[in-house]
Design a protein around this ligand. Structure first.
Ligand code: G3I
Length: 317
């Protein structure tokens, strides 16, 4: 039986999963992770708090562990993430910075990390979650101190450190056409017009049954493709209110089928990444109490209807 990765490869796409260092001691889990997927994203190990715990002191151990595992399994790696307002080290959040100071700190962090993982990751989420739901800029320490130009700067610095790696902006709730995805569309168009090195838009795709399927996903992928950009579904899960039942799991399967079809319909949608593949290690229950069962494998690593739906969408049986 072919794996999701093999089925996706027939369409010139990858099929991946996030993973995290603590889970790597679970042998049944890593066996499936190594077998079914051809792409991996570290869930936490490449974030700023993990990689630069003290200013100027870099720790690549968590990210390296995942890169080594991926290499052993012939999987490619998406780097996640260089600039994000969340999971920052205390030394950065604990004081005020002048614009000149923060610009230097940001450039040094980006370039050290991109250089370290040069040739080892094929893409970077350079800036993560830069916009609010209404399409205004999120007021992070970077925006507030440096203004909106920090995004173009971050892309240029990353490109300088590895001219070959694909550079993405990544966010949630931008699957449908709407104010937030419009903000990305306008920014991407602007950046491209200015010659800023931007290669793709990552749509996290954290969906929830209670909010409905983003029916404009395919159109949305298409408009970014028309700007000359790749897209990817980077952190897919489909959560529901617990307990799960047969009806909800069937709807969930249908959504996984649809999002796979939507990506396959647009040539520049380059791949799909689950935000981990099993409910055993999903972030959802810890973050949205009372919700969960969001992934295609259950807590016992048994495939759910969603898994079979993805296979079908990929043309497998
Ligand atoms: O490291 C501490 C550990 O020392 C402590 O014992 C433990 C107890 O709770 O917490 C650990 O920190 C946790 C961290 O993950 C590392 O495991 C945090 O509590 C927890 O909040 C954090 O959650 C991560 C979350 O980002 C933070 O926002 C998730 O694992 C990670 O999957 C999630 O990923 C994000 C993407 O980066 C961006 N898009 C949204 C997505 C889901 O939130």
């Amino acid at each position: 039986d072919s794996t999701l990765a093999e089925l996706a490869q027939r369409h010139g796409r990858y099929f991946g999963s996030a993973t995290d260092n603590p889970e790597l001691t679970d042998g049944a889990y890593t066996a499936l992770l190594g077998r079914e997927f051809d792409q991996i994203t570290p869930g936490n190990g490449m974030k700023w708090y993990a990689t630069e715990p003290q200013q100027g002191v870099f720790d690549w151990s968590a990210g390296d562990e995942i890169v080594d595992l991926a290499r052993a399994n012939h999987q490619k790696v998406r780097g996640h993430t260089l600039v994000w307002h969340s999971q920052l080290p205390d030394w950065l959040t604990g004081r005020d910075w002048t614009a000149d100071e923060l610009r230097a700190v940001l450039k040094k962090h980006i370039q050290a990390e991109v250089r370290h993982y040069r040739g080892k990751v094929f893409a970077w989420d350079v800036v993560n979650e830069a916009f609010n739901e209404d399409g205004t800029y999120r007021e992070t320490v970077f925006y507030n101190t440096l203004g909106p130009g920090y995004i173009a700067d971050a892309l240029r610095w990353a490109h300088e450190a590895d001219p070959r790696v694909k550079l993405y902006l990544n966010d949630y709730n931008i699957e449908a056409v709407g104010p937030k995805s419009d903000a990305y569309y306008r920014l991407a168009k602007d950046l491209r017009a200015q010659g800023v090195p931007l290669h793709g838009i990552g749509l996290q795709t954290h969906l929830a049954l209670q909010y409905g399927y983003p029916t404009t996903l395919e159109d949305n992928l298409r408009r970014f493709a028309r700007l000359g950009l790749d897209t990817a579904l980077t952190e897919v899960d489909v959560r529901m209110e617990l307990p799960a039942d047969e009806t909800k799991l069937a709807t969930q399967a249908d959504w996984y089928r649809q999002l796979t079809e939507d990506c396959l319909a647009v040539r520049r949608c380059v791949g799909i990444t689950l935000w981990d593949y099993t409910d055993k290690y999903s972030w959802i229950p810890g973050f949205f109490p009372g919700e969960g069962a969001a992934l295609p494998w259950d807590e016992q690593l048994r495939p759910k209807p969603a898994y079979f739906a993805i296979r079908e969408a990929l043309g497998g049986r």
